[in-house]
Design a protein around this ligand. Structure first.
Ligand SMILES: Cc1cc2nc3c(=O)[nH]c(=O)nc-3n(C[C@H](O)[C@H](O)[C@H](O)COP(=O)(O)O)c2cc1C
Length: 197
């Protein structure tokens, strides 16, 4: 299979002083080195993502769902993806509202696509955030993959833009190998027939 697979890495946190871009930059480097994907990093802080949704549902309106003009670039990037890596912190045992809003404004853009989860945080390391994302994404027909990365106590687990644990690059490769397998399988399946919602 020679077609280029498109990987979109989403930075889920948007607050000032956030750590998310450090994690996203590292996993983007790992993804580029892996070589299976054309990699794009999407920073949710760069888009207008209101918390108030319109009086309708993307599940009912599909491609004609009314979104703010300033969200068009985000929608196009999500649409173009064959696979996602979501980089999420943990806020109060879940993932941030910024990421939930970006998810909820979309629907078909997630469907029948694989998602790898990379979380970080304090003591919990984002494990609750990842578990909640698995639940949410299943409703959108996305496929969360087996392998993922979790970084507890990120402030000691990272140094100079990389994880301190030297095993991390190997774990990232294992996740990217699985993501590639799923991206190939699901892009073939989407080309063959529409996902049956
Ligand atoms: C409102 C809030 C709630 C948090 N709750 C948790 C938590 O439940 N579990 C955890 O491990 N870390 C928790 N943290 C720590 C964050 O995961 C950590 O500050 C992380 O850097 C936040 O990601 P960000 O810097 O990209 O925004 C919380 C942080 C904030 C701001």
């Amino acid at each position: 299979m020679t077609e280029e697979l498109r990987l979109v890495i989403v930075i889920g946190s948007v607050r000032d002083g956030r750590f998310g871009p450090v994690v996203a930059e590292w996993i983007a480097e790992q993804s580029n080195a892996h070589g299976a994907f054309a990699v794009t990093v999407v920073d949710l802080a760069e888009f207008d993502i209101p918390l108030a949704l319109p009086d309708s549902s993307p599940k009912l309106e599909g491609d004609s769902y009314p979104r703010p003009d300033a969200m068009a670039g985000l929608t196009a990037l999500l649409e173009s993806a064959d696979a996602f890596l979501l980089v999420t912190p943990e806020y109060n045992h879940s993932f941030p509202a910024s990421l939930k809003a970006a998810i909820d404004w979309h629907f078909t853009q997630w469907a029948a696509k694989p998602v790898g989860l990379i979380s970080y945080g304090g003591a919990a390391g984002g494990r609750h955030a990842s578990a909640h994302l698995e639940n949410v994404l299943s409703e959108l027909g996305a496929v969360t993959i087996q392998q993922g990365l979790t970084f507890a106590n990120y402030y000691t687990a990272w140094k100079d833009g990389s994880p301190v644990d030297s095993e991390s690059a190997g774990y990232a490769k294992a996740m990217l190998d699985q993501l590639t397998w799923w991206a190939r399988a699901l892009s073939r399946a989407r080309a063959e027939s529409a996902y049956p919602f």
